[in-house]
Ligand binder design. Structure first.
Ligand SMILES: NC(=O)c1ccc[n+]([C@@H]2O[C@H](COP(=O)([O-])OP(=O)(O)OC[C@H]3O[C@@H](n4cnc5c(N)ncnc54)[C@H](O)[C@@H]3O)[C@@H](O)[C@H]2O)c1
Length: 396
């Protein structure tokens, strides 16, 4: 099939490579000229996609990137994989999806299978995509992406894929496309079910992470180890699933997607109380971390050297979107600490560069990448660990 993918970020590039590997002729369309140039020279910008894979698909003409919207025409399949963030007032921002819809309206001249992979609330495919495209009878399907960047066990091939279409023909065609590079394709009765499933999966994580974050605070106040309690509870072979406490949530999914569900719940007059409370708990974690760091450092960090280890939102990825580290660093500086940070994957961020790990008064481990040495972290006099991966360190 000739496949055009709108957006070549974490999701779009992952699908592009999956489809190219299955022998499709894939064009990755993106508005970012620098990114397109980089991809066409065989340089991947995301973990899990190697430069050698990209170079191989470029050389066989199974993949190329472009900023020319006319590449969307004469495709069998057009996949939308653009950001779905929140506005400043924390409401769904569908402006990128609407821009993708406009591109399709203006450039796709014949009937095509249009698939949305961007995460959004139920009703998006029907009301925000299909209803806005006039003149041509396209086929429409929703297949929300479940990719977990950096996860080496579960990828595009072996993660089951949900598909819901506006018509049976759309479902059939979408199944044909995804079956060529995904092991398991699951048809659901409507695009709304597929959209809601994705958003509920992430809400499930958000709420459970908030629950363990709150529990970690209770356990600490009780003078017991929250992590030991959770490990003990996880020995129950049924009815319990272990989540780990941490400094808050980051990335494009967990801090954002549940708010899409809360938005649509509000539209239909149902309160989304768990989502609201989970947001509050998770957003308060950086302040809790800083409070504990200050207490552990003898009641003050004023004038002390503090290195924050790991600024991306999770281990072994370079993604700093919505990272709780930003607030942790800001609060430590407000408290008078001289703060540097160390993250070899991120390198530079917010106009600052990653510092070498040396002898500091305090090290706060927010994210622990495999490449960062525990011995180097322990050069600091006091280590506060948000990850549960530094033996002997105090933390959450
Ligand atoms: N990152 C994840 O782990 C993940 C996982 C599952 C689902 N999702 C969802 O997938 C969607 C995309 O997320 P992402 O992480 O890939 O985002 P991203 O920011 O990594 O990539 C989005 C890309 O879209 C491009 N873009 C923006 N507007 C465009 C337009 N009008 N035309 C063409 N390209 C455009 C950007 O330049 C960027 O390269 C979101 O809805 C997200 O919630 C993300």
């Amino acid at each position: 099939m000739r496949v055009a993918i709108i957006g070549q970020g974490y999701v779009g590039l992952t699908i592009a490579v999956g489809a190219a590997g299955a022998g499709h002729e894939v064009t990755g369309f993106d508005v970012n000229h620098d990114l397109v140039g980089q991809l066409n020279s065989g340089v991947s910008h995301i973990e899990g996609i190697s430069d050698s894979d990209l170079t191989c698909f470029l050389s066989t003409n199974n993949y190329s990137a472009s900023t020319d919207p006319s590449v969307l025409n004469s495709s069998d399949v057009v996949v939308i994989a653009v950001p779905t963030p929140l506005t400043e007032s924390r409401n769904p921002d569908l402006s990128y999806v609407h821009a993708a819809v406009e591109l399709i309206q203006n450039n796709v001249k014949g009937p095509t299978l249009i698939i949305n992979e961007s995460t959004s609330y139920p009703g998006t495919l029907r009301k925000e995509i299909a209803a806005r495209i006039n003149g041509i009878q396209h086929l429409y399907a929703s297949s929300p992406e479940r990719v977990d960047p950096g996860n080496t066990q579960w990828g595009t091939k072996n993660t089951p894929r949900l598909i819901g279409g506006l018509t049976p023909e759309a479902v059939t065609k979408a199944k044909e496309f995804y079956s060529s590079f995904c092991d398991t394709v699951i048809e659901v009765s409507s695009p709304e079910v597929a959209e809601a499933a994705k958003i509920f999966e992430n809400t499930f994580r958000q709420v459970n992470i908030a629950l363990v974050n709150e529990f970690a605070q209770i356990a600490d106040a009780l003078g017991i180890s929250g992590r030991e309690v959770l490990d003990a509870a996880a020995t129950k072979p049924y009815g319990f699933m272990e989540f780990n406490p941490g400094p808050g949530v980051g990335g494009h999914c967990i801090p954002v997607d549940p708010t899409y569900l809360a938005y649509v719940a509000n539209e239909v007059g149902v309160p989304a109380t768990f989502i609201k409370r989970a947001n509050e708990v998770n957003l308060a974690m950086p302040a809790y971390v800083v409070k504990r760091v200050i207490a552990g450092a003898g009641g003050s960090v004023k004038g002390k050297s503090v290195v924050v280890v790991g600024v991306s939102y999770k281990a072994n990825v370079a993604d700093t979107r919505e990272t709780p580290t930003a607030t942790i660093i800001d609060l430590l500086r407000v408290a008078g600490a001289a703060v540097s940070w160390h993250d070899p994957l991120v390198g530079s961020w917010r106009g600052e560069n990653s510092a070498e790990l040396g002898e500091c008064d305090v090290a706060v481990v927010v994210t622990k990448h495999d490449v960062v040495s525990v011995a180097d972290i322990k050069k600091s006099s006091y280590v506060f660990d948000c990850t549960g991966s530094i033996p002997g360190a105090k933390g959450i």
